[in-house]
Design a protein around this ligand. Structure first.
Ligand code: PLP
Length: 392
């Protein structure tokens, strides 16, 4: 069965052109980019090209790009660095809806005695800017807020938040893993100090990330050892993956317009058709500005896991909340922070599209999902009560 892959916020297909770009760097051009000989030098110049391609997508300069092993490492490194640069500032600000790569680290730091403020969101997933304004103080070392939420696609006003952080002398970091390639980002016109991205969310392989660090921003490395990445990230460069990421960033720039027209139109069509066909459904974050590729829909009185199981009989791959939180029966921390009622949070499904999504695939979901929801509601005691109520 051919998959209908609507789980692109979890990971993406490696673009064929990206794979071709990296292929020679395994068995033929396998030199160490730090080596003095011509053979390593060939790899070094290709890594430099990749650094320029990544910088171009971000509106950054190449020396502001540090290659890491993943988005998680970039997030960890940014927060660690700020705390080392400011040993006397023992306060960290983040939000309640961050990815675990940020949230778990902040909670661990709280255990170690740091003061951690988690800013809340409203029912549509929008950041509480008043709460943020009140929280930033002279003890704040870093404010770390995601650019766009992986579960709902809700976009935070990160530039405004960065200005607040900077006004108190704190660093501002943004986990932009879900935003890169989907919405335009221009670091040249930004006051954000540090930014994380991850290759496998934009059609590059898994296991490659970037931490952008603005020129002139003091930085303390997370990994120490050799002098790679100008001593900001030790460890032999993952040259093939870096080269792949460079190509993926170049392609992301070329596809940005389509992401916001073609992909967004498919997302909107999917969402509108499901909302019309299925009673008692709501769009999580529907009232907020969102990424063009994401929709999270809550279907009342059904279990998300049951929906996913039945969808997968048609080859449809989606997600119930975040992959990182699945495996537990707790509703996602993002939906809880938004105050989504329990009965809705449990039946929430995230569809995340990509440039590979086709209209025919969207048609299949629109055709298959409504009867699945009806069947599950028929089977569940809550759902039956609810249907009885409807009939009266
Ligand atoms: C996927 C993701 C990460 C983690 O990136 P990895 O490369 O998988 O470590 C961090 N933040 C957000 C918002 C993500 O979606």
């Amino acid at each position: 069965m051919k998959e209908i892959y609507l789980d692109n916020n979890a990971t993406t297909k490696v673009d064929e052109a990206v794979f071709e770009e990296m292929r020679p760097y395994f068995c033929e051009l396998y030199g160490n980019p730090s080596s003095m000989h011509f053979f390593g030098g060939q790899v070094q110049s290709k890594v430099n090209e990749a650094r320029i391609r990544v910088a171009d997508l971000l509106g950054a300069s190449p020396d502001e790009i540090i290659f890491t092993a993943c988005g998680t490492e970039s997030d960890n490194a940014a927060i660690r660095s700020a705390l080392e640069v400011f040993p006397d500032r023992r306060h960290i600000i983040t939000s309640r809806v961050e990815h675990p790569a940020v949230l778990t680290q902040c909670r661990n730091l709280r255990q170690k005695g740091y003061r951690v403020t988690e800013i809340g969101v409203d029912g549509a997933g929008r950041l509480d800017m008043e709460e943020l304004k009140a929280a930033v103080d002279a003890e704040t070392a870093i404010v770390s807020l995601m650019w766009a939420n992986n579960e709902t696609g809700v976009i935070f006003p990160v530039e405004e938040a960065a200005a607040l952080a900077k006004s108190k002398g704190a660093f501002f970091h943004s986990d932009a893993v879900q935003a890169i390639g989907k919405i335009p980002i221009n670091m040249a016109a930004s006051s954000i100090d540090m930014l994380s991205l991850s290759g496998h969310k934009l059609h590059a392989p898994k296991g490659i990330g970037v931490l952008y660090v603005r020129r002139g921003t003091p930085f303390r490395p997370f990994l120490v050892g050799g002098h790679q990445e100008k001593s900001r990230r030790a460890g032999t460069e993952n040259a093939a993956a870096i080269i792949a990421l460079g190509k993926a960033c170049q392609l992301a720039g070329e596809h940005m317009d389509a992401e916001n027209t073609v992909v967004k139109a498919m997302r909107d069509r999917l969402q509108d058709a499901l909302m019309t066909a299925i009673p008692h459904a709501r769009i999580n974050g529907g009232g907020a500005e969102r990424l063009p590729n994401t929709t999270s829909i809550a279907f009342e009185f059904v279990e998300g896991e049951a929906i996913l199981l039945l969808l997968s009989e048609f080859g449809i791959c989606a997600s119930s909340g975040s992959a990182c939180t699945s495996g537990s029966l707790e509703p996602s921390h993002v939906l809880r922070a938004m105050g989504v009622p329990f009965t809705c949070a449990h039946g929430s499904i995230r569809f995340s599209l990509s440039r590979y999504t086709t209209d025919a695939e969207i048609d299949t979901v629109i055709r298959e999902l409504p009867p699945i929801i009806a069947r599950l509601r028929q089977m569940s005691p809550f759902g039956r009560e609810f249907l009885k109520g409807e009939a009266r």
